[in-house]
Design a protein around this ligand. Structure first.
Ligand SMILES: O=P(O)(O)OC[C@H]1O[C@H](O[C@H]2O[C@H](CO)[C@@H](O)[C@H](O)[C@H]2O)[C@H](O)[C@@H](O)[C@@H]1O
Length: 271
């Protein structure tokens, strides 16, 4: 697998050819170290500053997260970035324009039923944390000491029986989301199409993520740019490169900011 230095080299080559950088960055596990509970997650030291520096060069930065867009925006606290929240369903562009993927609103009732069922059946289990999101509900079992896998399987089964939702698995979490054919991969492709449509010239897309749901984006972008897995150890992934942890992600962003600074004026342009 490629390394951080290889990614910097690839982006430098793309910029040298006149391409413009579109950086898509996942939040939990990528920009923010994994914490014991969802509400404790905070950006890695220097992440906000590095992103701000990258944005100032004219590069387009998009945060892509399973969290609700408002949650991510508040946690990161950086302006002039687009936020794609709720596993790609909410598109909050840096311009202030907002879009919601068709069908998401209608799925709220089904999500609420799953949330109520999970709360009733698993809400009192020691270590279970239920996270209510605008277009989903997450059952976290990171703090469950025994039988966590069985609990996740039972929760999944209960949700599927209620119907109207899809399940997503992540790091010690099972999530019920709208039953739509939509994921971070489709969202990343949409962002890339918009970037290409709103400004002339080629775009080099970079996607950095750590979780199973990011694999959809790695797969969708394929050879379109640079795909970077954040993982302390090697593992099977559709990404072409790997960095160790959020601290290395911050270093990567600083290096990209320095590169883009030398190529100022190459605005990607998004709505
Ligand atoms: O797409 P992401 O930005 O990576 O979000 C994926 C999920 O991340 C959060 O859960 C994960 O991080 C928590 C805090 O570090 C951790 O406690 C939990 O075990 C992880 O699964 C978030 O709470 C979810 O809503 C996101 O979908």
């Amino acid at each position: 697998m490629k390394t951080l230095d290889d990614v910097v080299h690839d982006v430098a080559n793309a910029l040298a050819k006149g391409q413009r950088l579109l950086a898509m960055l996942d939040f939990d596990g990528t920009l923010a170290p994994i914490a014991a509970r969802p509400e404790l997650a905070a950006p890695e030291v220097g992440a906000a500053e590095a992103i701000t520096a990258l944005v100032k060069t004219g590069a387009q930065v998009v945060i892509v997260s399973g969290r609700g867009a408002a949650d991510v925006q508040a946690r990161l606290g950086v302006g002039n970035v687009s936020v794609v929240g709720s596993h790609g369903l909410e598109l909050w562009w840096a311009s202030g324009a907002r879009e919601l993927v068709k069908g998401a609103e209608e799925a709220r009732a089904a999500i609420a039923k799953v949330e109520a069922a999970w709360r009733e059946r698993f809400g009192d289990v020691a270590g279970v944390v239920l996270e209510q999101k605008p277009f989903g509900v997450a059952l976290h079992y990171r703090l469950v000491e025994e039988g966590a896998q069985t609990l996740a399987a039972r929760a999944s089964e209960a949700a599927l029986q209620l119907g109207g939702v899809r399940l997503k698995s992540g790091k010690c979490v099972v999530e019920a989301v709208p039953a739509l054919r939509w994921d971070k991969g489709r969202a990343a492709q949409l962002v890339l199409r918009r970037a290409r449509a709103t400004a002339p010239g080629e775009v080099h897309a970079l996607y950095v993520g750590d979780d199973l749901t990011d694999e959809d984006a790695f797969l969708a972008l394929g050879a379109e740019g640079s795909t970077v897995l954040v993982a302390s150890e090697d593992r099977a992934s559709e990404a072409s490169a790997r960095v160790r942890d959020p601290a290395q992600v911050v270093r990567l962003i600083w290096e990209l900011a320095a590169l883009c600074d030398q190529n100022q004026g190459r605005l990607v342009g998004l709505p």
